[in-house]
Design a binder for this molecule. Sequence first.
Ligand code: ARG
Length: 469
Amino acid sequence: MNLRSGRLKGQMNKEVADFTSSLKFDHRIFQADIRCNQAHTTMLIEQEIIPSEIGNRIIKALEELEKEGIKALKLDSAVEDIHMAVENYVTAKIGPDAGFMHTAKSRNDQVATDLKLALKEEIKSIEKDLIFFIQIIIQMAEEYLDTIMVGYTHLQHAQPTTFAHHLLSYAQALKRDYGRLHDAYQRMDLCPLGSAALTTTSFPINRERTAELLGFKGPMENSIDGVSSRDFIAETVFALTLLGTTLSKISEELIVWSSYEFQMVELGDEFSSTSSIMPQKKNPDVAEIVRAKTALLNGELVTILTIIKSLPQSYNRDLQEVTPHLWKVTDTLHSALNITREMLASTNFKGVRGEELARANFSAATELADLMVKEGRLPFRIAHQIVGRAVSTALDKGMRAEDIDTQFLDEISQEISGKKLQIDENLVKKALDPEEIIKSRKVVGGPAPDMVKASIKDLKIFIDENSSS
Ligand code: ARG
């Protein structure tokens, strides 16, 4: 049956029909649309709004469609969208009684419901893979608990830490990404079905029942909001964009750290490429592609926000144009997530190099200043000045950190504060040793192996609590 034949005389020409059709991306809600129709029809029967004999034939036709799959639908752009294609299929199977299926239902509440159903599935699947990623990081952190590296600020040597501690910074970022996604899921878990076009219906429908049949917590509270809102999409895309940001940052570090200058990590060959002309090359192409592809998310987020910001309440066809951006985001993010996880798992951190860098460039300076506060009872600001001068003098003289001793420090201290500190030589040596520094950072969130182990324990609890859902 042609939807237009009542009100309209002319047909759209093909170009206009193609331009306005959502069929190019409606396959994403094919299953959801069947479920939605089944739940709605079941409720119509239960409420005695339609005869059960007709309702059952509709449900049976929908079951057949589910078995046959989307290829059973006639999908040309004259059909407009998947909702009409499904209705046409049921009509072809059982005749004009199929029209009862659309009692007290509009495509407006239907598409909103379908999108939520499909997106909820997608979020669950991403959440599962995200939990798996955090598990992989935990396994790696356990392996690298004592592996020293230098931590950077401004990409300059800052303080010693361990690779495990650094890895757990990824895990915490991913845990928050998970939380944001989970929150978005909880908020969207209310069913728009029954909003109909915008003001519900005078048929005695049971919205609690359809919500229940479709696995939602309950119905949405306001029917105009039910057909208007796509903030659940914007919110999910935002959460995924931030997750993409985390993946991009991880990739960026792998790119930089695998360079000859850093030589801190070696990526698996299966995540590397070579050059068509330079035979010696091992390039981090996969990480670069992750870094670039996740940029798409930022753009899609802005597109989605821009489409919805100027719309009056209730359904506007603009809303249809939000959808393809959503699926681009979920597809891109999902593959980037899994690839980044496997790429990181393939990465070998070079412990010898990590320690060499941690010892090379005065990354113990903060600890030395702290020692002067503890042992020399100096205000930190003065200690900071003395150590800063000690480092610049050492650099001028071509000395290394391990060449610094009590006598050298006292000469500088004398110059700056007018007194010698006479700190025990052993304590000075200890303060200059990255391993000792790391061990001494026994503060919550710090790199001491015991603290990292405590963090791992908490993360494992988080994983246990979130694995089954
Ligand atoms: N294809 C449309 C979409 O994705 C379905 C709803 C159409 N509703 C309408 N009143 N034209 O939003």
